[in-house]
Design a protein around this ligand. Structure first.
Ligand code: SPV
Ligand code: MG
Length: 298
């Protein structure tokens, strides 16, 4: 079954699809083994692991390479954050073709002007692209995909850009008409109220997706009861890794020996299992048995 079909099935079967943010194959694999339904390859986290701003600095190829590693490591579907689609409609078409070919289950594109800045950055420039131009990108995305199931998530930044609820609803509706498969409604408020208002007023047929980074107190039950079909925990894995890594490195440099380190680390066994080191031993045994049978060794 293709990854995009897997994602479509999850959208049908689950009351809410839980998506965990990742920034490389290791974190994507941990998202999978922790029980999430799908992986979010987010531009903030991937840019951060390159120690670069989340501001359309990395290229499509950079994001694709990282996301392909995640797909190769995982059995669950991977959804790629494609920012503004890397340019105009022609860039969106190209991205959709490449991402679909790489086994990515779907992409998200947002209605901001290129170059964009992270939506949650204080005092940042948050300029919306015209509705018409973004609809053009959705048409390009829809026409470029080969598989019907490949999911095109249209993300409106109307609330981030403080353009109001009516604008958000009008744009979401236009994006549905243009062929989007889901609407990501993003908010920078520290309560879920405007997301709930949006969902209550939303009369479209396609599902709603949210990223509750700025309103972390929202519960799964509240999201489900407000008809939210997908929740993306976009950057917690990155922030956790950054936190623990900074602490442990400081401890190591300040202490005489590793024995004095108080912070828990995973042991090497945990990592060996994740990278499937033991499979190599099994394979070697298997090859040896075959070589014996074939008379190459005794
Ligand atoms: C990301 O994870 O890159 C996102 C979500 O796009 S946010 O950082 O909130 O913009
Ligand atoms: Mg992003």
């Amino acid at each position: 079954m293709t990854n995009s079909k897997k994602l479509r099935n999850l959208m049908e079967k689950r009351s809410i699809v839980k998506v965990g943010g990742a920034y490389d194959a290791l974190s994507a694999k941990l998202v999978e083994t922790s029980g999430f339904d799908a992986v979010w390859a987010g531009s903030f986290a991937i840019s951060a692991t390159h120690a670069l701003p989340d501001a359309s600095i990395l290229t499509m190829t950079d994001f694709l390479r990282t996301t392909e590693n995640m797909v190769d490591a995982c059995n669950i579907p991977v959804i790629a954050d494609c920012d503004t689609g890397f340019g105009g409609p022609a860039n969106v078409s190209h991205a959709v073709k490449k991402y679909e070919k790489a086994g990515i289950a779907g992409i998200s594109i947002e209605d901001k002007v290129f170059p964009k800045q992270n939506s949650l950055l204080k005092n940042s420039k948050q300029e919306l692209l015209s509705e018409k131009d973004f609809v053009g990108k959705i048409i390009a995305a829809k026409e470029a995909k080969k598989e019907e199931d490949f999911m095109i998530i249209a993300r409106t930044e109307s609330l981030i850009a403080e353009k109001g609820m009516d604008e958000a609803l009008k744009r979401a509706s236009a994006y549905e008409n243009a062929g989007a498969d889901a609407i990501l409604i993003h908010s920078k408020k520290n309560t879920p109220n405007e997301i709930f208002e949006f969902s209550e007023k939303w009369t479209g047929r396609i599902p709603l997706v949210v990223v509750p980074t700025s309103y972390p107190s929202v519960t799964i039950n509240e999201l489900v009861s407000h008809k939210i079909k997908m929740v993306i925990y976009a950057n917690q894995s990155l922030r956790a890794a950054h936190n623990i890594m900074s602490k442990i490195l400081k401890e190591i440099i300040q202490n005489e020996s590793l024995e004095e380190i108080k912070i828990n680390m995973s042991n090497m066994e945990d990592i060996f299992r994740l990278q499937e080191m033991y499979k190599i031993n099994e394979q070697e045994k298997h090859i040896e048995e075959n070589l014996k049978k074939m008379g190459y060794i005794n």
